[in-house]
Design a binder for this molecule. Structure first.
Ligand code: URA
Ligand code: SF4
Length: 253
């Protein structure tokens, strides 16, 4: 990092998250302050290797079209009553990367697509900072598919009612790494209460799939000093995935 967490200015961090991607990824690894780089030694495997998508282990259940139709007409929790559009999720249905947010806000509810408002712009910059683009090897979804009124957190029973849809999306995508954006996503995917501060910097698991945690972009828009930590988390995510791919290539994992 060229900036420390203290006194970071919004435009500095936006610049940092928005540009200079490849240079920064290399430069970030040796930074002693980052809890990151154990896998960086393997980083010759920078590009995602092609992966067989044969699906012997796919549990029975709906395919994409059926799942989308189910969500579009879902009334399984109270959030259906005030929604305009359901927000199913978007992206590469065979992505290595899955980013999971909380639930639609006003913009998403109007457009039917996740992360299209202000937080979405920051998420796009965060993706760009690690060389990713919405829709290319990336899928974006939420814990709940309908907007909680007033942008409140989804209630546990709402998240619970909606969880089979995300679970099936994950079965169909079979991502290599899940990034939980914020506490609601992390707590619901991990099934236990904990703070982001306590969960970040470690590789967790959702049904056998590695999962890392970072701050929600909407939170980062309000709490500028934590953007530096989010950047560390993204580097950690990249290194985690590289480490997994390197292990898979050498047959060690
Ligand atoms: N915040 C979220 O958690 N998800 C969205 O889709 C938009 C904002
Ligand atoms: Fe159905 Fe999920 Fe919408 Fe609730 S939030 S109505 S469970 S799609």
């Amino acid at each position: 990092m060229t900036t420390s967490a203290g006194g970071i200015r919004r435009d500095e961090i936006l610049r940092e998250i928005g540009i200079g991607v490849r240079w920064r990824l290399r430069a970030a690894a040796p930074d002693a302050a980052d809890p990151v780089p154990q896998a960086a030694a393997n980083s010759a495997v920078a590009a995602a290797p092609a992966v067989s998508r044969a699906r012997p282990g796919l549990p029975p259940g709906p395919g994409w079209d059926e799942l989308k139709a189910q969500v579009a007409s879902c009334t399984a929790c109270g959030l259906h009553a005030k929604r305009n559009k359901t927000v199913f999720g978007v992206g590469d249905e065979q992505a290595d990367w899955l980013f999971v947010g909380e639930g639609p806000g006003a913009d998403e509810d109007a457009q039917g697509e996740p992360f299209v408002g202000q937080a979405g712009k920051l998420l796009d910059n965060m993706l760009a900072a690690i060389g990713l683009r919405r829709g290319e090897n990336v899928y974006i979804a939420n814990i709940v598919k309908c907007r909680p009124p007033g942008n409140r957190n989804p209630a546990p029973e709402e998240a619970q009612a909606c969880s089979p849809y995300l679970q099936r999306q994950i079965e169909l995508i079979r991502p290599k790494l899940i990034v939980a954006l914020g506490k609601v996503a992390a707590v619901n995917l991990l099934g236990r209460e904990a703070s982001i501060a306590a969960l970040r910097g470690q590789v967790h698991e959702y049904r056998g799939i590695p999962l890392v945690v970072t701050y929600h972009p909407a939170y980062l828009l309000r709490t500028l000093n934590d953007k530096a930590k989010a950047w560390q988390d993204l580097c950690f995510a990249v290194d985690t995935l590289r480490g997994l791919q390197a292990a898979a290539q050498t047959g060690a994992g």
